[in-house]
Design a protein around this ligand. Structure first.
Ligand code: PLP
Length: 400
């Protein structure tokens, strides 16, 4: 990685060097991705799939190559299993609607966990309200890991789907997906994995995981906003109805009957974000060139250092302390409101996030008004962490 690859990080904020530790919310984009987007708009912008002309064919080629790149990146069997969406939230909403139409009936049950992002709660809750189905929740252990024995007890002959995060966006905890998925499969129940916080930090292979659906957002892995992925095993996607109607997702349209397109287009109504998919392809290539294992190892070193440094500050509570984490770590300072600490950190050029992180049930469970979350990326350095720690100590002394 070249230290100038992320131009946004070269600026000062409030007269200090910017230290960006809000990567779980969104990541910064390398120059290569910025250049790719500029190149796309300046040299081959044209609508995909429907054009015989040169630019349209180029755009189509780029878009379909991006789909293949995503399939390769997450180890899908074919590009037909990759549906482009607007983001993780959109992917889960699409799945909840489509899966719900086909498979959820009154009294059926869907399982999520206590530490989910709202995006992996509310769409299922809305589905349950529509269909008079039941949402069940995997409880947490005292150490904030999932209570797997209780998870197993939630299964009945009405269980239709499990949807869990791979990595918690608040705690950074890596959930035991192998146990969760293999147990669900023993009961012939499919599993959707919210990979918004795993794909950017740890190598993911959907075939090795054997998950049935996997979702993530491009903007959290150095790609553009407004683009996400819904992966589904072909045998599942083929059974699901389209979630939206419009252009592109059809085969033939008449007023008496409409037939639908093949996978993955059946799920992609309207003009897709083909500039975004090109940006994502370049972002994934960027990560691959650095080496996914190398990125994961490097980030783990940063996370370990961060946790060690935080643990030395008096009055700090680290949530899920000592557990294996990826990407994010949440903490609080005794007697201080996270918002006040976050505001003072910002004054010192350090961007972290405070609040409920779109995971209110978990925050309620912790019985706090919110947490302070620092989240790393491949460009995070030890110097960044040292700056955070110095700024944190100063903030604490100013507020105490
Ligand atoms: N799921 C998790 C675990 C997340 O961390 C996020 C975003 O922070 C989302 C879902 C929603 O992602 P998006 O806002 O990109 O749709």
């Amino acid at each position: 990685m070249n230290e100038n690859d992320f131009p946004i990080l070269l600026q000062q904020v409030h007269g200090r060097r910017l230290v960006y530790l809000d990567n779980a919310a969104t990541t910064q984009k390398p120059q290569q991705v910025l250049d790719a987007i500029q190149e796309a708009y300046t040299t081959w912008n044209a609508n995909v799939h429907r054009g015989v002309h040169h630019l349209s064919q180029l755009a189509t080629q780029h878009h379909e190559q991006a789909r293949q790149a995503v399939a390769d990146f997450i180890g899908a069997k074919s590009a037909g299993e990759i549906i482009f969406t607007k983001g993780t939230t959109d992917s889960i909403n699409m799945l909840a609607f489509s899966f719900g139409e086909q498979f959820i009936h009154e009294g059926d049950e869907i399982i999520v966990s206590y530490l989910e992002h709202h995006s992996n709660i509310v769409p299922w809750q809305m589905l349950c309200n529509r269909k008079k189905a039941v949402l069940k929740v995997i409880p947490l252990r005292a150490d904030l890991s999932l209570e797997i024995e209780q998870y197993k007890c939630l299964f009945t002959d009405k269980t239709r789907l499990v949807s869990v995060a791979h990595v918690s966006n608040v705690l950074g905890i890596i959930n035991p997906l192998q146990d969760i998925i293999s147990f669900a499969h023993e009961h012939h129940v499919p599993v959707c994995v919210d990979g918004a916080q795993s794909v950017p930090h740890i190598p993911v292979n959907v075939c090795a995981l054997d998950c049935d659906f996997f979702v993530f957002s491009a903007h959290k892995i150095y790609g553009p906003t407004g683009l996400g992925v819904l992966y589904g095993k072909q045998e599942w996607l083929e059974q699901l109805p389209p979630a939206q109607g419009g252009g592109e997702m059809i085969n033939h349209v008449s007023f008496s009957a409409t037939t639908y397109n093949a996978l993955p287009y059946k799920f992609e109504a309207g003009t897709p974000n083909f500039i975004g998919s090109y940006g994502l392809q370049v972002a994934l290539h960027y990560v691959e060139q650095l080496g996914r294992e190398q990125v994961a190892d490097y980030e783990l070193q940063m996370m370990t250092y961060l946790e060690q440094q935080l643990a030395q500050i008096q009055g700090i509570t680290i949530y899920a302390a000592g557990q294996p984490k990826a990407g994010a770590i949440s903490f609080n300072v005794a007697n201080l409101h996270p918002f006040d600490v976050g505001t003072l950190l910002d004054q010192q050029g350090v961007a972290i996030r405070t609040g409920h992180h779109c995971a209110e049930p978990l925050i309620d469970y912790l019985q706090v008004p919110g947490t302070i979350r620092a989240s790393v990326a491949l460009y995070t350095t030890k110097e960044d962490i040292d700056t955070l720690i110095t700024a944190l100590k100063k903030s604490i002394s100013m507020l105490s």
